[in-house]
Design a protein around this ligand. Structure first.
Ligand SMILES: Cc1cc2nc3c(=O)[nH]c(=O)nc-3n(C[C@H](O)[C@H](O)[C@H](O)COP(=O)(O)OP(=O)(O)OC[C@H]3O[C@@H](n4cnc5c(N)ncnc54)[C@H](O)[C@@H]3O)c2cc1C
Ligand code: SF4
Length: 327
Protein backbone atom coordinates (compact mmCIF):
# COMPACT_ATOMS: atom_id res chain seq x y z
CA UNK A 1 0.00 0.00 0.00
CA UNK A 2 1.30 3.49 -0.83
CA UNK A 3 1.71 6.06 1.93
CA UNK A 4 -1.13 8.58 2.28
CA UNK A 5 -2.18 11.35 4.63
CA UNK A 6 -5.52 11.35 6.45
CA UNK A 7 -7.90 13.91 7.90
CA UNK A 8 -11.35 13.89 9.42
CA UNK A 9 -12.99 17.26 8.65
CA UNK A 10 -15.32 18.67 11.30
CA UNK A 11 -18.10 19.69 8.92
CA UNK A 12 -19.29 19.62 5.33
CA UNK A 13 -17.64 22.90 4.18
CA UNK A 14 -14.30 21.69 5.58
CA UNK A 15 -14.71 18.37 3.72
CA UNK A 16 -15.34 20.20 0.44
CA UNK A 17 -12.14 22.21 0.95
CA UNK A 18 -10.14 19.14 1.97
CA UNK A 19 -11.08 17.21 -1.17
CA UNK A 20 -9.33 19.93 -3.22
CA UNK A 21 -5.93 18.75 -1.95
CA UNK A 22 -3.78 16.86 -4.51
CA UNK A 23 -4.78 13.21 -4.93
CA UNK A 24 -7.56 13.45 -2.31
CA UNK A 25 -10.40 10.92 -2.04
CA UNK A 26 -13.34 10.58 0.30
CA UNK A 27 -13.35 7.64 2.72
CA UNK A 28 -16.82 6.44 3.81
CA UNK A 29 -17.25 2.87 5.13
CA UNK A 30 -13.95 1.87 3.52
CA UNK A 31 -15.19 -1.61 2.49
CA UNK A 32 -14.14 -1.16 -1.14
CA UNK A 33 -11.64 1.69 -1.14
CA UNK A 34 -9.28 0.17 1.43
CA UNK A 35 -9.16 -3.18 -0.40
CA UNK A 36 -8.31 -1.35 -3.62
CA UNK A 37 -5.60 0.69 -1.89
CA UNK A 38 -3.97 -2.50 -0.58
CA UNK A 39 -3.50 -3.80 -4.13
CA UNK A 40 -2.69 -0.28 -5.42
CA UNK A 41 -5.61 -0.24 -7.85
CA UNK A 42 -6.44 3.03 -6.04
CA UNK A 43 -3.57 5.22 -4.87
CA UNK A 44 -4.99 8.31 -3.15
CA UNK A 45 -2.42 10.63 -1.61
CA UNK A 46 -4.88 11.99 0.92
CA UNK A 47 -8.00 10.49 2.54
CA UNK A 48 -10.86 12.73 3.65
CA UNK A 49 -12.86 10.71 6.19
CA UNK A 50 -16.55 11.65 5.95
CA UNK A 51 -17.80 8.94 8.33
CA UNK A 52 -18.68 11.40 11.10
CA UNK A 53 -20.34 14.06 8.97
CA UNK A 54 -24.09 14.39 9.70
CA UNK A 55 -25.18 12.73 6.45
CA UNK A 56 -26.85 9.59 7.80
CA UNK A 57 -30.47 10.73 8.06
CA UNK A 58 -33.34 9.14 6.13
CA UNK A 59 -36.29 11.56 6.06
CA UNK A 60 -39.51 12.11 4.12
CA UNK A 61 -39.72 15.37 2.19
CA UNK A 62 -42.93 16.25 0.31
CA UNK A 63 -43.72 12.61 -0.44
CA UNK A 64 -40.13 11.84 -1.50
CA UNK A 65 -37.57 10.04 0.62
CA UNK A 66 -34.20 11.71 1.23
CA UNK A 67 -31.48 9.20 2.08
CA UNK A 68 -28.30 10.69 3.52
CA UNK A 69 -25.14 9.48 1.77
CA UNK A 70 -23.76 8.05 5.03
CA UNK A 71 -26.86 5.99 5.81
CA UNK A 72 -25.55 2.44 6.04
CA UNK A 73 -26.88 -0.30 3.80
CA UNK A 74 -28.26 -2.07 6.92
CA UNK A 75 -30.10 1.01 8.22
CA UNK A 76 -31.53 1.76 4.78
CA UNK A 77 -32.74 -1.82 4.24
CA UNK A 78 -34.40 -1.87 7.66
CA UNK A 79 -35.99 1.59 7.49
CA UNK A 80 -39.77 1.33 7.96
CA UNK A 81 -40.62 3.67 5.08
CA UNK A 82 -38.27 1.83 2.70
CA UNK A 83 -39.71 -1.55 3.60
CA UNK A 84 -43.24 -0.23 3.24
CA UNK A 85 -43.00 1.99 0.13
CA UNK A 86 -39.84 0.84 -1.69
CA UNK A 87 -39.59 -2.87 -0.80
CA UNK A 88 -37.51 -3.68 -3.88
CA UNK A 89 -34.77 -1.39 -2.54
CA UNK A 90 -34.82 -3.15 0.79
CA UNK A 91 -34.64 -6.54 -0.98
CA UNK A 92 -31.78 -5.42 -3.22
CA UNK A 93 -29.75 -4.21 -0.24
CA UNK A 94 -30.35 -7.40 1.74
CA UNK A 95 -29.25 -9.41 -1.30
CA UNK A 96 -25.92 -7.56 -1.29
CA UNK A 97 -22.75 -8.49 0.61
CA UNK A 98 -22.95 -9.87 4.17
CA UNK A 99 -24.52 -8.52 7.37
CA UNK A 100 -21.19 -7.22 8.66
CA UNK A 101 -20.41 -5.46 5.39
CA UNK A 102 -23.87 -3.89 5.18
CA UNK A 103 -23.38 -2.46 8.69
CA UNK A 104 -20.29 -0.62 7.46
CA UNK A 105 -21.09 0.11 3.80
CA UNK A 106 -22.77 3.43 3.01
CA UNK A 107 -25.26 4.65 0.41
CA UNK A 108 -22.73 6.95 -1.29
CA UNK A 109 -19.95 4.36 -1.22
CA UNK A 110 -22.24 1.66 -2.60
CA UNK A 111 -22.99 3.80 -5.67
CA UNK A 112 -19.28 4.39 -6.24
CA UNK A 113 -17.96 0.88 -5.56
CA UNK A 114 -15.79 -0.33 -8.40
CA UNK A 115 -16.16 -3.31 -10.68
CA UNK A 116 -15.37 -6.84 -9.54
CA UNK A 117 -13.64 -7.78 -12.81
CA UNK A 118 -10.88 -10.21 -11.76
CA UNK A 119 -8.28 -8.42 -13.89
CA UNK A 120 -9.03 -5.04 -12.30
CA UNK A 121 -7.95 -6.61 -9.00
CA UNK A 122 -4.81 -8.21 -10.47
CA UNK A 123 -2.02 -5.59 -10.65
CA UNK A 124 -0.04 -7.79 -13.08
CA UNK A 125 -2.87 -7.87 -15.70
CA UNK A 126 -3.42 -5.22 -18.40
CA UNK A 127 -6.63 -3.34 -17.54
CA UNK A 128 -7.82 -0.12 -19.18
CA UNK A 129 -9.92 0.76 -16.16
CA UNK A 130 -6.99 0.55 -13.72
CA UNK A 131 -4.21 1.59 -16.12
CA UNK A 132 -5.73 3.45 -19.12
CA UNK A 133 -4.20 2.35 -22.43
CA UNK A 134 -2.84 -0.96 -21.11
CA UNK A 135 -5.54 -3.11 -22.77
CA UNK A 136 -8.43 -5.24 -21.56
CA UNK A 137 -7.48 -8.71 -20.29
CA UNK A 138 -11.12 -9.81 -20.06
CA UNK A 139 -11.95 -9.22 -23.73
CA UNK A 140 -10.17 -12.43 -24.80
CA UNK A 141 -9.62 -13.82 -21.32
CA UNK A 142 -11.95 -15.40 -18.77
CA UNK A 143 -15.07 -13.28 -18.96
CA UNK A 144 -17.82 -15.28 -17.28
CA UNK A 145 -19.03 -12.40 -15.09
CA UNK A 146 -18.73 -9.71 -17.73
CA UNK A 147 -21.10 -7.44 -19.67
CA UNK A 148 -23.49 -8.48 -22.43
CA UNK A 149 -24.94 -5.01 -23.04
CA UNK A 150 -23.38 -1.60 -23.65
CA UNK A 151 -19.76 -2.82 -23.52
CA UNK A 152 -16.88 -1.52 -25.65
CA UNK A 153 -13.63 -3.03 -26.88
CA UNK A 154 -11.88 -1.01 -24.18
CA UNK A 155 -13.79 -2.61 -21.29
CA UNK A 156 -16.48 -5.23 -20.74
CA UNK A 157 -16.80 -4.86 -16.97
CA UNK A 158 -20.13 -4.68 -15.12
CA UNK A 159 -21.20 -2.45 -12.27
CA UNK A 160 -21.50 -4.59 -9.15
CA UNK A 161 -24.04 -2.69 -7.01
CA UNK A 162 -27.42 -4.27 -6.19
CA UNK A 163 -28.67 -1.05 -4.63
CA UNK A 164 -28.00 0.96 -7.81
CA UNK A 165 -30.20 -1.41 -9.84
CA UNK A 166 -33.09 -0.80 -7.45
CA UNK A 167 -32.46 2.95 -7.62
CA UNK A 168 -32.57 2.77 -11.43
CA UNK A 169 -36.03 1.17 -11.33
CA UNK A 170 -37.18 3.78 -8.80
CA UNK A 171 -35.92 6.77 -10.86
CA UNK A 172 -33.77 8.06 -8.00
CA UNK A 173 -31.75 11.26 -8.13
CA UNK A 174 -28.28 11.71 -6.68
CA UNK A 175 -27.68 14.97 -4.80
CA UNK A 176 -24.07 16.13 -4.97
CA UNK A 177 -22.23 19.11 -3.56
CA UNK A 178 -18.87 20.74 -4.26
CA UNK A 179 -17.16 23.96 -3.24
CA UNK A 180 -18.97 25.65 -6.16
CA UNK A 181 -22.53 24.53 -5.32
CA UNK A 182 -25.02 21.67 -5.39
CA UNK A 183 -26.76 19.75 -8.18
CA UNK A 184 -28.88 16.67 -8.73
CA UNK A 185 -28.08 13.92 -11.22
CA UNK A 186 -30.71 11.46 -12.42
CA UNK A 187 -29.60 7.89 -11.69
CA UNK A 188 -29.82 7.16 -15.44
CA UNK A 189 -27.11 9.78 -16.04
CA UNK A 190 -24.96 8.95 -13.04
CA UNK A 191 -23.06 5.81 -14.11
CA UNK A 192 -21.38 5.73 -17.54
CA UNK A 193 -20.92 3.15 -20.26
CA UNK A 194 -17.22 2.34 -20.76
CA UNK A 195 -16.79 3.63 -24.35
CA UNK A 196 -13.12 4.64 -24.74
CA UNK A 197 -12.73 5.88 -21.15
CA UNK A 198 -13.54 2.98 -18.83
CA UNK A 199 -11.45 4.56 -16.08
CA UNK A 200 -14.43 6.89 -15.52
CA UNK A 201 -17.25 4.98 -13.83
CA UNK A 202 -19.58 7.95 -13.30
CA UNK A 203 -20.31 11.53 -14.32
CA UNK A 204 -19.33 12.85 -10.91
CA UNK A 205 -16.92 15.77 -11.26
CA UNK A 206 -13.67 15.99 -9.25
CA UNK A 207 -14.37 17.49 -5.82
CA UNK A 208 -18.05 16.49 -5.76
CA UNK A 209 -19.42 14.79 -2.66
CA UNK A 210 -22.60 12.71 -2.77
CA UNK A 211 -24.75 14.15 0.01
CA UNK A 212 -28.00 12.22 -0.53
CA UNK A 213 -30.10 9.99 -2.75
CA UNK A 214 -33.63 11.23 -3.40
CA UNK A 215 -36.39 8.72 -4.09
CA UNK A 216 -39.50 10.22 -5.73
CA UNK A 217 -42.89 9.04 -4.43
CA UNK A 218 -43.07 5.30 -5.08
CA UNK A 219 -44.47 4.09 -8.39
CA UNK A 220 -47.82 2.33 -8.11
CA UNK A 221 -47.75 -1.42 -8.39
CA UNK A 222 -45.92 -4.50 -7.24
CA UNK A 223 -42.17 -4.38 -6.71
CA UNK A 224 -39.69 -7.20 -6.94
CA UNK A 225 -35.92 -7.74 -6.86
CA UNK A 226 -34.54 -10.98 -8.19
CA UNK A 227 -30.83 -11.84 -8.04
CA UNK A 228 -29.07 -14.80 -9.62
CA UNK A 229 -25.60 -15.54 -8.23
CA UNK A 230 -23.18 -18.44 -7.93
CA UNK A 231 -23.24 -18.58 -4.13
CA UNK A 232 -26.27 -18.03 -1.93
CA UNK A 233 -24.49 -16.84 1.25
CA UNK A 234 -23.10 -13.73 -0.39
CA UNK A 235 -21.96 -12.99 -3.89
CA UNK A 236 -22.23 -10.41 -6.66
CA UNK A 237 -25.02 -10.77 -9.22
CA UNK A 238 -24.53 -12.74 -12.39
CA UNK A 239 -27.84 -11.15 -13.34
CA UNK A 240 -30.32 -9.23 -11.25
CA UNK A 241 -33.69 -7.71 -12.06
CA UNK A 242 -35.57 -4.91 -10.32
CA UNK A 243 -39.14 -4.76 -11.60
CA UNK A 244 -42.29 -2.78 -10.89
CA UNK A 245 -45.57 -3.92 -12.38
CA UNK A 246 -48.63 -1.70 -12.21
CA UNK A 247 -51.82 -3.61 -13.02
CA UNK A 248 -55.38 -2.75 -13.88
CA UNK A 249 -56.99 -6.12 -13.32
CA UNK A 250 -55.30 -8.48 -15.77
CA UNK A 251 -53.96 -5.61 -17.90
CA UNK A 252 -50.52 -4.06 -17.45
CA UNK A 253 -50.83 -0.31 -16.95
CA UNK A 254 -47.08 0.38 -16.59
CA UNK A 255 -43.86 -1.51 -16.03
CA UNK A 256 -40.32 -0.69 -14.99
CA UNK A 257 -37.42 -3.08 -15.44
CA UNK A 258 -33.77 -2.54 -14.51
CA UNK A 259 -31.04 -5.16 -14.81
CA UNK A 260 -27.82 -5.61 -12.90
CA UNK A 261 -24.76 -7.73 -13.72
CA UNK A 262 -25.18 -7.17 -17.45
CA UNK A 263 -23.60 -3.77 -18.17
CA UNK A 264 -21.18 -1.12 -16.94
CA UNK A 265 -24.14 0.62 -15.34
CA UNK A 266 -27.60 -0.43 -14.14
CA UNK A 267 -29.45 -1.21 -17.38
CA UNK A 268 -32.99 0.05 -17.81
CA UNK A 269 -34.90 -2.15 -20.29
CA UNK A 270 -37.04 0.60 -21.82
CA UNK A 271 -38.12 -1.37 -24.92
CA UNK A 272 -39.37 -4.20 -22.74
CA UNK A 273 -41.23 -1.73 -20.52
CA UNK A 274 -42.96 -0.11 -23.51
CA UNK A 275 -43.87 -3.48 -24.94
CA UNK A 276 -45.63 -4.52 -21.73
CA UNK A 277 -47.92 -1.48 -21.53
CA UNK A 278 -51.48 -2.57 -22.38
CA UNK A 279 -50.57 -6.27 -22.54
CA UNK A 280 -52.58 -8.88 -20.70
CA UNK A 281 -50.77 -10.83 -17.99
CA UNK A 282 -49.38 -14.03 -19.50
CA UNK A 283 -46.21 -16.08 -19.60
CA UNK A 284 -45.90 -15.23 -23.30
CA UNK A 285 -45.95 -11.49 -22.58
CA UNK A 286 -43.30 -11.93 -19.85
CA UNK A 287 -41.10 -14.09 -22.11
CA UNK A 288 -41.38 -11.52 -24.91
CA UNK A 289 -40.39 -8.75 -22.47
CA UNK A 290 -37.38 -10.84 -21.43
CA UNK A 291 -36.32 -11.19 -25.07
CA UNK A 292 -36.79 -7.44 -25.63
CA UNK A 293 -34.65 -6.70 -22.55
CA UNK A 294 -31.63 -8.49 -24.08
CA UNK A 295 -32.08 -7.23 -27.64
CA UNK A 296 -28.63 -6.45 -29.06
CA UNK A 297 -26.83 -8.34 -26.27
CA UNK A 298 -23.41 -9.70 -27.15
CA UNK A 299 -21.63 -12.52 -25.34
CA UNK A 300 -17.84 -12.73 -25.23
CA UNK A 301 -17.50 -16.49 -24.85
CA UNK A 302 -17.62 -17.54 -21.20
CA UNK A 303 -20.51 -15.17 -20.49
CA UNK A 304 -22.73 -16.21 -23.44
CA UNK A 305 -25.06 -17.95 -20.97
CA UNK A 306 -25.95 -14.60 -19.46
CA UNK A 307 -28.06 -13.59 -22.45
CA UNK A 308 -30.58 -16.34 -21.89
CA UNK A 309 -30.22 -16.07 -18.12
CA UNK A 310 -31.09 -12.36 -18.25
CA UNK A 311 -34.10 -12.91 -20.55
CA UNK A 312 -35.44 -15.67 -18.30
CA UNK A 313 -34.73 -13.69 -15.13
CA UNK A 314 -36.80 -10.79 -16.45
CA UNK A 315 -39.67 -13.11 -17.38
CA UNK A 316 -39.52 -14.82 -13.99
CA UNK A 317 -39.38 -11.53 -12.08
CA UNK A 318 -42.45 -10.26 -13.94
CA UNK A 319 -44.34 -13.48 -13.29
CA UNK A 320 -43.45 -13.32 -9.59
CA UNK A 321 -44.51 -9.67 -9.43
CA UNK A 322 -47.84 -10.51 -11.05
CA UNK A 323 -48.49 -13.16 -8.41
CA UNK A 324 -47.47 -10.90 -5.54
CA UNK A 325 -49.93 -9.47 -3.07
CA UNK A 326 -50.57 -5.79 -3.87
CA UNK A 327 -48.50 -3.43 -1.61
C1 LIG B 1 -16.91 -9.52 0.28
C2 LIG B 1 -17.76 -8.44 -0.30
C3 LIG B 1 -18.96 -8.78 -0.88
C4 LIG B 1 -19.79 -7.77 -1.43
N1 LIG B 1 -20.96 -8.12 -2.02
C5 LIG B 1 -21.75 -7.16 -2.57
C6 LIG B 1 -22.96 -7.48 -3.24
O1 LIG B 1 -23.37 -8.65 -3.34
N2 LIG B 1 -23.69 -6.46 -3.76
C7 LIG B 1 -23.31 -5.16 -3.67
O2 LIG B 1 -24.01 -4.27 -4.14
N3 LIG B 1 -22.15 -4.83 -3.06
C8 LIG B 1 -21.37 -5.79 -2.53
N4 LIG B 1 -20.19 -5.45 -1.91
C9 LIG B 1 -19.70 -4.08 -2.04
C10 LIG B 1 -20.12 -3.19 -0.91
O3 LIG B 1 -21.53 -2.99 -1.01
C11 LIG B 1 -19.34 -1.89 -1.11
O4 LIG B 1 -18.00 -2.16 -0.81
C12 LIG B 1 -19.85 -0.78 -0.24
O5 LIG B 1 -21.21 -0.49 -0.52
C13 LIG B 1 -19.02 0.47 -0.43
O6 LIG B 1 -19.44 1.44 0.52
P1 LIG B 1 -18.38 2.12 1.52
O7 LIG B 1 -19.13 3.11 2.33
O8 LIG B 1 -17.61 1.12 2.29
O9 LIG B 1 -17.45 2.85 0.47
P2 LIG B 1 -15.88 3.18 0.50
O10 LIG B 1 -15.11 1.93 0.30
O11 LIG B 1 -15.56 4.03 1.67
O12 LIG B 1 -15.80 4.11 -0.82
C14 LIG B 1 -16.02 3.61 -2.10
C15 LIG B 1 -15.79 4.75 -3.08
O13 LIG B 1 -16.79 5.74 -2.94
C16 LIG B 1 -16.22 7.02 -2.68
N5 LIG B 1 -17.19 7.68 -1.77
C17 LIG B 1 -17.77 7.10 -0.70
N6 LIG B 1 -18.73 7.92 -0.22
C18 LIG B 1 -18.74 9.02 -1.01
C19 LIG B 1 -19.53 10.19 -1.04
N7 LIG B 1 -20.52 10.41 -0.15
N8 LIG B 1 -19.30 11.12 -2.02
C20 LIG B 1 -18.32 10.91 -2.92
N9 LIG B 1 -17.53 9.81 -2.94
C21 LIG B 1 -17.76 8.88 -2.00
C22 LIG B 1 -14.86 6.73 -2.08
O14 LIG B 1 -13.96 7.80 -2.34
C23 LIG B 1 -14.48 5.48 -2.86
O15 LIG B 1 -13.97 5.84 -4.13
C24 LIG B 1 -19.37 -6.42 -1.36
C25 LIG B 1 -18.17 -6.09 -0.74
C26 LIG B 1 -17.36 -7.07 -0.24
C27 LIG B 1 -16.03 -6.67 0.41
S1 SF4 C 1 -13.19 -5.56 -18.42
FE1 SF4 C 1 -12.64 -3.49 -17.80
S2 SF4 C 1 -12.02 -3.77 -15.69
FE2 SF4 C 1 -11.90 -5.78 -16.66
S3 SF4 C 1 -9.81 -6.02 -17.54
FE3 SF4 C 1 -11.10 -5.14 -19.12
S4 SF4 C 1 -10.73 -2.94 -18.86
FE4 SF4 C 1 -10.15 -3.89 -16.94
Amino acid sequence: MRAFSYERPADLPAALVAIGKPGAKFLAGGTNLLDLMKIEAETPQHLVDIARLPLGEIVEENGSLRIGAMATNSDLAAHARVRERYPLLSRALLNGASGQLRNQATTGGNLLQRTRCYYFYDPSAPCNKRAPGSGCSALHGYNRIHAILGASDACIAVHPSDMAVALAALDAEIEVRSASGARRIAIADFHRLPDATPQKDTNLEPGELITAVILPPPPGGRQIYRKVRDRASYDFALVSVAAVLDLDGERIRAARIALGGVAHRPWRALDAERQLVGATLSDDAFAAAGEAAVKGAQGRGHNDFKIQLAARSVARALADAAKQRMI
